[in-house]
Design a protein around this ligand. Structure first.
Ligand code: KIV
Ligand code: ZN
Length: 512
């Protein structure tokens, strides 16, 4: 019998707070539903005090999640804890996650507090949180650069004040696996009541050791790992959830532990999160990258055909990547389409089925066969696309290698249409210049533009992902079409609409 390790997911908090990874309310709810299906133990839904939008999304997620606990982050301040509790109180299992730094450098320069003040604040705020909520996690920020003796005193104080989970973050991704194991061993010996709380770790990936550090911490006695889908998170990110989970699953013989996560939902979770933040996986990304199960060399292919385990340590099916991705076509009816949506794990209302089915039929007119990947792209795009201020009515491009490109774009906003023409260095630049003339969005910059095909063939759906920066805000935009210029325009408009609506929200304190 294996010991069970809890999986605490922070995709929607640490992941979402990293630059260019912001999500709108609908996208966050969609991700939370998938995390619930994945059966993670905790979903950290956001940082409720940081903005009204964050508060609203934590509260909405608390209302829809059926199995996992739902947490909100809060600094060790009464007003943060109040907001966190208000946001999660409707959850089946609410959790307040409060944190305070314990390293000399953070205490001196960030908090401007003495160690004794940190100790006292920990006591007060954990007990304040515990008076509201039966489950409270305390994180000693920058724990791995703290003096172990002082860290042990703070953690003991937090447990005495009622913390039910004690988290040891490697905030700056600094420790090595041996040091992490040593620290967990030290705390186990020197925090007298540690056995009364769940011991958690939260590792960042600055030196590429987040997963290794999490696993050695588990080997040393930690029973909760904090991680994020696709390794999203501040800077180089957090430990990648899919890597931690598949390591626990594949090597339970050696690690002697397991977790509750349904591994067959991992691929879908990864795709969804990449889609909503506008990223594509590196080809060689462990577990979920396009090459993770691809065998290119003849010797390997031959080996796998003779006996799968010659070169495969886990099956694609174990992460939910079916080899037989179903194909639908223009003769497929609404019924078959709806069944397929359900088999793919989507909970859909009748109106959603109608909308997606219409998009599916439109696609069938342009493309011979429609794969599961296409259907997933249709659903993700439709759900993520909150109608913005501007919508595309039509465009007309003229381009060639011997002429300056031009584009006429007509957009609709608040029932009125506006048309502009612009020149550019190629049809997409021309289209973007025309859109800029219409929307009048202030200084901004196209930081990234990426295009990829959803499935194979010349008639494949193309997905364009752009990142646009205005001031200190970076947003991503996505567009989907069999016409790559249209996909490019839709992606840019999606980003511009987000920037236009973003001014009001974000940032009373996005600071952790
Ligand atoms: O990295 C970190 O220290 C954090 C804490 C707030 C848990 O994200
Ligand atoms: Zn973190």
């Amino acid at each position: 019998m294996y010991k069970t390790i809890r999986i605490f997911d922070t995709t929607l908090r640490d992941g979402e707070q990293s630059p260019g990874c912001s999500m709108n309310l609908e996208e966050k709810i969609e991700v939370a539903r998938q995390l619930d299906r994945l059966k993670v133990d905790v979903i950290e839904a956001g940082f409720a005090i940081s903005s009204p939008g964050d508060f609203q999304s934590v509260q909405a997620i608390a209302g829809v999640v059926k199995n996992s606990a739902v947490a909100s982050l809060s600094r060790a301040l009464e007003k943060d804890i109040d907001a966190a509790y208000e946001a999660v109180r409707g959850a089946v299992s609410p959790l307040i996650h409060t944190f305070l730094s314990t390293s000399p450098v953070h205490m001196q320069y960030k908090l401007r507090m003495t160690p004794e003040q940190v100790l006292e604040r920990t006591r007060q705020m954990v007990s304040y949180a515990r008076a509201k909520c039966p489950a409270v996690e305390f994180s000693a920020e920058d724990a791995t650069r703290s003096q172990p003796e002082f860290l042990a005193r703070v953690l003991q104080a937090a447990i005495e004040a009622g913390a039910t989970i004690i988290n040891v973050p490697d905030t700056v991704g600094y420790v090595t696996p041996d040091e992490m194991a040593g620290l967990i061993g030290y705390l186990t010996q020197n925090v007298p009541d540690l056995h009364k709380a769940i011991l958690s770790v939260h590792c960042h990936n600055d030196l590429g050791m987040a997963v290794a550090n999490s696993l050695t911490a588990v080997g040393a006695g930690a029973t909760q790992v904090e991680c994020a889908v696709n390794g999203l998170g501040e800077r180089a990110g957090n430990a990648a959830l899919e890597e931690v989970v598949m390591a626990l699953h594949t090597r339970r013989d050696s690690l002697g532990v397991a977790c509750r996560v349904d591994t067959t939902q991992l691929y879908r979770a990864s795709r969804l999160v990449y889609n909503v933040v506008g990223m594509t996986p590196p080809r060689n990304k462990a577990i979920v990258g396009p090459n993770a199960f691809a065998h290119e060399s003849g010797i390997h292919q031959h080996g796998v055909m003779a006996e799968r385990t010659t070169y495969e340590i886990m099956t694609p099916e174990s992460i939910g990547l079916s080899k037989n991705r179903m194909v639908l076509g223009k003769h497929s009816g609404r019924h078959a389409f709806k069944d397929r949506l359900q088999e793919l794990g989507y909970e859909v209302t009748a109106q959603e089925v109608d909308r997606y089915f219409q998009e599916f039929k439109d696609l069938c007119d342009k493309k011979k066969t429609v794969t599961d990947d296409d259907i997933e792209a249709i659903v993700t795009h439709s759900r993520g696309e909150k109608p913005g201020k501007y919508a595309l009515v039509r465009f007309d491009v003229h381009a060639g290698n011997a002429a300056t490109s031009s584009c006429v774009v007509r957009l609709e906003a608040d029932g009125e249409t506006t048309e502009e023409v612009a020149l550019g260095d190629g049809p997409i630049d021309a289209a973007y210049n025309a859109i800029d003339k219409i929307t009048g969005l202030g200084a901004h910059e196209l930081e990234d533009y990426a295009i990829h095909s959803i499935s194979q063939g010349r008639d494949a759906l193309g997905e364009v992902i752009v990142k646009v920066k205005a001031g200190n805000k970076t947003v991503s935009g996505r567009g989907l079409s069999t016409d790559i210029i249209q996909a490019s325009i839709l992606a840019y408009l999606n980003a511009v609409n987000k920037l236009l609506e973003k001014g009001e929200d974000r940032g009373q304190t996005g600071d952790t």
